[in-house]
Design a protein around this ligand. Sequence first.
Ligand SMILES: [Zn+2]
Length: 143
Amino acid sequence: MAQPVNAPQPGYQPATAPTLRCDVCGAYPAKKVFFVSFVGLAIAHIQRSTRGTYCRSCGTALARDHTARNLAVGWWSIVGWLVTPFLLLINLPNRIRIHNLAEPQGQTAPRLPVGRPALLRVGPWLAFVILGALVFFLVSLGR
Ligand SMILES: [Zn+2]
């Protein structure tokens, strides 16, 4: 009996897209992402960025670190007030891309420690308290 012309031959393996592996731990699946954070230093600033291919675990660790840094020290410069909200928004799509990855497997090296979510860390809340006190002080001066 003849097979149809378009039928796959026995033993045929369909070509699959190359699987990206995490730059840190070697696990897959992984995606190329970019995170940026900002450290305000009154009249200067330091911009830090991380670009690479990361699994869900390592990517989550990096996203949380950059978010916590933005929330804690991003505001402390003249341009920090303007830049920090945009950086938080810029990081969000990559954070979602990492979050939607499947559980990493096949790691060949230790993963980055995930750590606590940014809003469960001390730094951002300390910054909010100090900024709130500063705004309250400045408003009370104007009365
Ligand atoms: Zn990883």
